[in-house]
Design a protein around this ligand. Structure first.
Ligand code: CUK
Ligand code: CUA
Length: 622
C-alpha cells in the first residue's frame, strides 16, 4: 500500500494530485457518467437471461388490431411466440387448413384488446386464456398446453366487446360488455331513437375446460352507453363485477365533444351470481337464441356508482375490498369501498337513477381521491399494498399507497403508457417483482423504420421503494393489455399423443393411401424426416395425381414424434401452406381448379435433407 504514495512524491506527485483533483472536482460529468454506466450494467444484469436458460414469467400480450396473441418472456422481454387467434396466419396455416378455416369462418381480422388467463381461487391457473374481439364480436379459447386457439364463438346482439374479458375468481364465467350500443333484435332502428332502443349488452361466456370450448350462458341488457373496462370482484366483492362507462350523455355523433359533457359518468356494479340465479329461474327473454336479462324489469342486481369524468380503467384491489376508477380526463383516481357500496345498496342510499338503474350516493361509497397526475388510465398492484397507475398525458407511472393514498414515486416511460401489467397483477397475490408499462408511442426509442414506429414497453423493477426502469423493447401491435403469469404454472404438451382412432390419421408410411370418390380425392398421407408419403403402393409415393375440377383433401399426419420437429406443407402456385406439429393430423382442402404440375414442399426447416422433402400435385386438364 505504500508504493503508490511513494510515487506521488515531488513534482510528479503534485501533477498527479492535480489530475486527481481535476477528475473529481473539475469534471463532475465523468463521475456521473461512471455512475450511469454502473447503473446500466447492474440493470442489464437484472434482465439478462443467459443462452439456454429460461425466463421466470410468461407475458401474454394482446395484439390489438393484428388479432393475434404475442407471448414474451420476462425479464428478458424476448418475443417467444405469436399465437394466431382472430386473424389468419400463413406461417402456421391458421385459417388455411380446414379446422381453423371453419373456426375463422371467413373473418379477415380481429381486434384483440384484453386477454384473461383462467383463474382458480382468484389466482391464474395456467389452463387457458380467453380472448375477445372488438372488431367482429367474437370470443376465443386459447389452450395454454399447446398455445393454440381451440374454439371461437360468434356472439349475437352485441357490438364491440371492448370491456372484456374479465374472468370470475373460479372461472365460472368471463364477461364481455360492449363499447358500442346497438338496437336489440333484428329490426332496423335509426339514431333518433338511440336513447330508447339502443342498448349496451354484456355477455356471460362459460368455459368448458374439458372440451376446450366456450358457450354463451346469458346476456344482460344495459343502458345505451359505452362500456370501457371491467374487473371481477373477489373476497368481500366475490360474486360482483365492475364496469366503467363513458358517453352516459348518450351522444350519437361527434363523441369527442358530446361524450365529454358530464362531469361524472359511472361505474356499473353488478351481482353476476344473482343474475345467473334469476336467469335460471326463467327471468329472461330470448333474443336471437340467447337468454337476455333486463335489470330494469328485474331490479336488485345492477347499480351505478358516480365516477370522475369519462373513466377508463376500473381495477379491483388484490383483497377485493376496493375498486379504483381512473378518470382519463381528470387528474385524480377514485378509490371506492366495496363494504360501503354494499351498505349503500342495503340502505337504498341512492342519489337518483339513470335509465331505470339506481345511482348510489357518491359520498357514501367513495373512500378517497388520489392526485396521481395527468391522464390516469389503468392501475395494477404489488404485494406490499401499493398501486401503480399509468399517466397517459404525463408519460409516467405513479406509485401510490392504497392505505394512505400518498404518492410514493413517479417514473418516466417512453411514451404515453396505456395499460400496465404487474406480474400476477390481477390475482389476489400479485408477485411484486416486475411491472411492464405498455406504451402507445415509441417515437425516438429505436432505429427508425418510419413513418410508422413500433409500440414500446418498459420493464420496471418494483421490488424496492423506488421504481426503476431496467429494460425497454419494441412490442407488436398493439399491446392493449397483457397478463403476466409465473412460468411454473404453465405445462405445455410437446408432442401430441398417438391416437390410433383419430379420424383421418395414418400412423405409418405403409398405410399412406389415396381414396377417390367421383371428383372427391382424399389423400391419407404422412410427413416425416425427410419425405412425404401419400401413396405407399405407388412407385412415386410422393406424387398426387388428380383431374382439373377435383376437390383434394390432404389429411397429413406428422409421424415424427420428437419435440419441435414441425413439418410444413406448401403447394407452389396454389396459395396454400400449413404446419403440422409432431403427432398431429391436419387436413387441407384444395379445389384443383388450375391444371399443371405443382411442387409440394416442406416449408419448415426440419432436417439436413429438408430441401429434399418435396412431392408433386399433378392436375391433369379437363
Ligand atoms: S384499452 Cu386502455 S389503453 Cu383497449 Cu384496454 Cu388500450
Ligand atoms: Cu419437413 Cu422441412
Amino acid at each position: 500500500m505504500m508504493k503508490p504514495a511513494k510515487l506521488l512524491s515531488g513534482f510528479a506527485g503534485i501533477a498527479a494530485g492535480l489530475l486527481v483533483a481535476f477528475l473529481i472536482f473539475g469534471m463532475g460529468g465523468t463521475s456521473d457518467t461512471a455512475d450511469a454506466d454502473q447503473q446500466n450494467k447492474s440493470n442489464a444484469e437484472k434482465v439478462y437471461v443467459p443462452p439456454g436458460e429460461h425466463d421466470d414469467y410468461y407475458m401474454m400480450a394482446s395484439g390489438g388490431h393484428s388479432g393475434q396473441l404475442f407471448v414474451y418472456g420476462l425479464p428478458s422481454m424476448r418475443l417467444i411466440r405469436q399465437v394466431p387467434v382472430f386473424s389468419p396466419d400463413p406461417a402456421t396455416g391458421y385459417g388455411f387448413e380446414d379446422e381453423s378455416k371453419e373456426m375463422l369462418n371467413g373473418y379477415k381480422w380481429g381486434d384483440f384488446h384484453h386477454p384473461a388467463i383462467s383463474e382458480t381461487d382468484a389466482e391464474y391457473d395456467g389452463r387457458a386464456l380467453f380472448a375477445t374481439d372488438v372488431g367482429n364480436n367474437r370470443a376465443a379459447y386459447v389452450d395454454l398446453e399447446t398455445f393454440e386457439t381451440t374454439d371461437m364463438l360468434e356472439i349475437p346482439n352485441i357490438a364491440g366487446p371492448h370491456c372484456a374479458a374479465f374472468v370470475t375468481p373460479d372461472s365460472e364465467y368471463f364477461f364481455l360488455p360492449t363499447r358500442f350500443s346497438v338496437p336489440i333484435g333484428d329490426e332496423f332502428v335509426g339514431l333518433d331513437e338511440y336513447s330508447e332502443k339502443y342498448k349496451g349488452v354484456m355477455t356471460a361466456v362459460e368455459p368448458d375446460f374439458e372440451n376446450e370450448q366456450l358457450e354463451i350462458a346469458f346476456q344482460v341488457m344495459l343502458p345505451p352507453w359505452s362500456y370501457d373496462l371491467s374487473d371481477a370482484g373477489k373476497g368481500t366483492s366475490g360474486g360482483w363485477g365492475f364496469l366503467s362507462t363513458y358517453n352516459t350523455e348518450e351522444a350519437v355523433t361527434n363523441l369527442e365533444i358530446n361524450a365529454s359533457e358530464n362531469d361524472r359518468d359511472y361505474i356499473v356494479m353488478f351481482n353476476w351470481e344473482e343474475i345467473a340465479k334469476e336467469v335460471e329461474d326463467g327471468n329472461f327473454e330470448e333474443v336471437n337464441g340467447v337468454k337476455m336479462f333486463d335489470p330494469v324489469k328485474n331490479p336488485g342486481s345492477v347499480y351505478l356508482v358516480p365516477a370522475p369524468k369519462s373513466p377508463h380503467g376500473v381495477d379491483m384491489t388484490p383483497d377485493g375490498e376496493h375498486f379504483i376508477a381512473n378518470g382519463k380526463l381528470s387528474p385524480t383516481t377514485s378509490m371506492y369501498s366495496v363494504e360501503q357500496a354494499l351498505e349503500a345498496i342495503e340502505n337504498e342510499d341512492f342519489q337518483g337513477e339513470a335509465q331505470g338503474l339506481p345511482i348510489l350516493n357518491y359520498d357514501s361509497v367513495i373512500d378517497k381521491e388520489v392526485e396521481v397526475g395527468l391522464g390516469p388510465l389503468h392501475t395494477q398492484f404489488d404485494d406490499k399494498g401499493n398501486a401503480y397507475t399509468t399517466l397517459f398525458i404525463d408519460s409516467q407511472i405513479t406509485k401510490w399507497n392504497l392505505d394512505s393514498g400518498k404518492v410514493i414515486d413517479k417514473v418516466d416511460v417512453a411514451y404515453s403508457p396505456g395499460h400496465l401489467a404487474a406480474v400476477e397483477g390481477d390475482t389476489k397475490n400479485p408477485g411484486g417483482k416486475w411491472l411492464v408499462s405498455l406504451n402507445k408511442i415509441a417515437k425516438d426509442q429505436y432505429l427508425s423504420v418510419g413513418p410508422s414506429h413500433p409500440e414500446s414497453m418498459d420493464l420496471i423493477d418494483i421490488s424496492g421503494e423506488q421504481m426503476e426502469v431496467v429494460g425497454n423493447a419494441p412490442s407488436q401491435p398493439e399491446p392493449h393489455y397483457s397478463q403476466i403469469i409465473s412460468a411454473d404454472k404453465i405445462e405445455t404438451t410437446e408432442v401430441a399423443a398417438k391416437d390410433e382412432d383419430r379420424e383421418n390419421a395414418v400412423w405409418s408410411q405403409e398405410e399412406a393411401h389415396i381414396e377417390r370418390d367421383g371428383d372427391e380425392v382424399h389423400v391419407y398421407g404422412v410427413a416425416l424426416r425427410s419425405r412425404f408419403v401419400f401413396d405407399a403402393e405407388s412407385d412415386k409415393p410422393d406424387v398426387v395425381n388428380v383431374k382439373e375440377g377435383d376437390t383434394v383433401h390432404f389429411h397429413i399426419t406428422n409421424i415424427d414424434r420428437d419435440e419441435d420437429i414441425t413439418h410444413g406443407f406448401g403447394i407452389n402456385g396454389y396459395n396454400e401452406n400449413f404446419e403440422i406439429q409432431p403427432g398431429h393430423t391436419k387436413t387441407l382442402t384444395v379445389e384443383a381448379d388450375k391444371s399443371g404440375s405443382f411442387p409440394i414442399y416442406c416449408t419448415n426447416f426440419c432436417s439436413a435433407l429438408h430441401q429434399e422433402m418435396t412431392g408433386y400435385l399433378l392436375v391433369e386438364p379437363e
